[in-house]
Every structure is written in structure tokens, then in C-alpha cells.
Design a protein around this ligand. Structure first.
Ligand SMILES: C[S@@+](CC[C@H](N)C(=O)[O-])C[C@H]1O[C@@H](n2cnc3c(N)ncnc32)[C@H](O)[C@@H]1O
Length: 212
């Protein structure tokens, strides 16, 4: 896949080693080599402009983070953010989450973050929701045993749907919050969308779901 220069990014930026745009399949099972260490690997699916993972990778230098984002123009903004902060433990994968098992080996990942994913409110689009069973099956495959999904959204209907989907899949739910910013959950890093929605006074829902 080639990056379009939509955001006015220089050729140098497009070739930056932080962004994995070609032969992503060849990294399958070798992500620890990509980072040059054996630290745990966490991914955010639909990472957007990368605010959340920039904060997380600063806060947790002993964890490797990969942001998976399908849109070129969005991922360029994320790359500019990483470059500014200069983080060795943060990479970007310019791919669609639907192909996750092509890029990660069984049990290669430790944790998955799903933040403010598109709600796809129409019933006929249910399968596109990133908390649908078909995605859970993929996350389970690429994560270690008892891996966790950490999920945040402003959308009550998507939250209810996702709680149902997680428990129907047999996952254990922990730290469920119906109003994250008024809860006692510590160490929250705000995402771009979280900042936008909470500024409008909307409440943020959050939960952790663990595979058995
Ligand atoms: C609503 S934004 C949220 C961005 C960020 N997580 C946040 O909380 O600010 C959703 C992002 O997910 C990306 N996305 C949606 N479906 C995706 C998929 N199947 N694979 C990769 N990225 C996806 C979109 O391009 C968009 O940037």
C-alpha cells in the first residue's frame, strides 16, 4: 500500500521506519524483533491520530505499542505526533483490522485497546462493529491466553451491545464504568475522541473484558 501525500507529508516522513506500510505480513511472529526487545505488545485497533498511544507509550516505556489504522491520511497525523515525541516503543500499522491474523502470530500480543470505535448503529452493519464476535475471535487468536480487551466509548448503545457480545463470548468483565471521568479508575489517558466528547459533557463508558 502506498501512502497518499494528503496531509502534505514529506517523502522522508512517508518512508519513516515507525510506519509499517509494506510487507506487513513478513512481520508476523517477528514483532519483538521489530522493537528489538521482548517486552509485552499492546495494540489499539482504529488508532486514529495516535493521541492515546502516544500518551501510553510515554507512561509505559516497558510496553511496546502498535496503532492499527486503515486510513493513510489519518496515520500520517499519528506519525507526525510520534516523531515529535520520538518514542521507540510505538509503531504504526497502516492496515485494516479485519486482516489482523495476517499480521500477528497466534499469542503474539498481550492486550488490545478499542477506543471510540465507529458504532455502526444499523442492525445490518452489526458485523462491522469491532466488538462483534468475528473480531473477538481474531483478537483471541493473536493474544496470549487470558488476554484483555480494554474498551472505551461515548456511545451507550454500542457499549451495551459490546458488554453483551463480550459476555456471550464467555469473557470475564472487569472494571465496568458507566461514567469513567467520575470513577476512581486511575491512569486514564484520553483519546482524541474522548477529549472531544467529554468537552461536550458526554459521559464515557469503559470496561475490561478478559478471555478465559
Ligand atoms: C472514531 S475514530 C477513533 C479514533 C481514536 N481511537 C480515538 O479514540 O480518538 C475510529 C478510527 O478507527 C479507524 N478504523 C475504523 N475501522 C477500522 C478498521 N477496520 N481497521 C483499521 N482502522 C479502522 C478509522 O479510520 C478511525 O480513524
Amino acid at each position: 500500500m502506498r501512502l497518499r501525500n494528503k496531509a502534505g507529508a514529506s517523502e522522508e516522513l512517508l518512508q519513516h521506519p515507525t510506519i509499517i506500510i509494506q510487507n506487513a505480513e513478513s512481520r508476523k511472529g517477528k514483532w519483538h524483533d521489530v522493537f528489538g526487545n521482548n517486552n509485552p505488545i499492546h495494540i489499539e485497533v482504529g488508532t486514529g491520530k495516535g493521541k492515546f498511544l502516544t500518551g501510553m507509550s510515554e507512561l509505559h516505556p516497558d510496553i511496546n505499542y502498535i496503532g492499527v489504522e486503515k486510513y493513510d491520511s489519518v496515520i500520517i497525523s499519528a506519525l507526525e505526533r510520534i516523531q515529535e515525541a520520538g518514542m521507540p516503543n510505538f509503531k504504526l500499522l497502516n492496515e485494516d483490522v479485519i486482516n489482523l491474523t495476517s499480521y500477528f502470530e497466534q499469542g503474539e500480543l498481550d492486550q488490545v485497546y478499542i477506543n471510540f470505535t465507529d458504532p455502526w448503529p444499523k442492525n445490518r452493519h452489526e458485523k462491522r462493529r469491532l466488538t462483534h464476535e468475528r473480531f473477538l475471535r481474531m483478537y483471541e487468536q493473536v493474544m496470549k491466553k487470558n488476554g484483555e480487551i480494554h474498551f472505551k466509548t461515548d456511545n451507550q448503545a454500542l457499549f451495551e451491545y459490546s458488554l453483551h457480545s463480550f459476555s456471550k463470548y464467555g469473557m470475564i468483565l472487569n472494571n465496568v464504568s458507566l461514567d469513567l471521568h467520575k470513577s476512581d479508575i486511575e491512569g486514564n489517558i484520553m483519546t482524541e475522541y474522548e477529549e472531544k466528547f467529554s468537552r461536550k459533557g458526554m459521559r464515557i463508558y469503559r470496561c475490561e473484558a478478559q478471555f478465559r
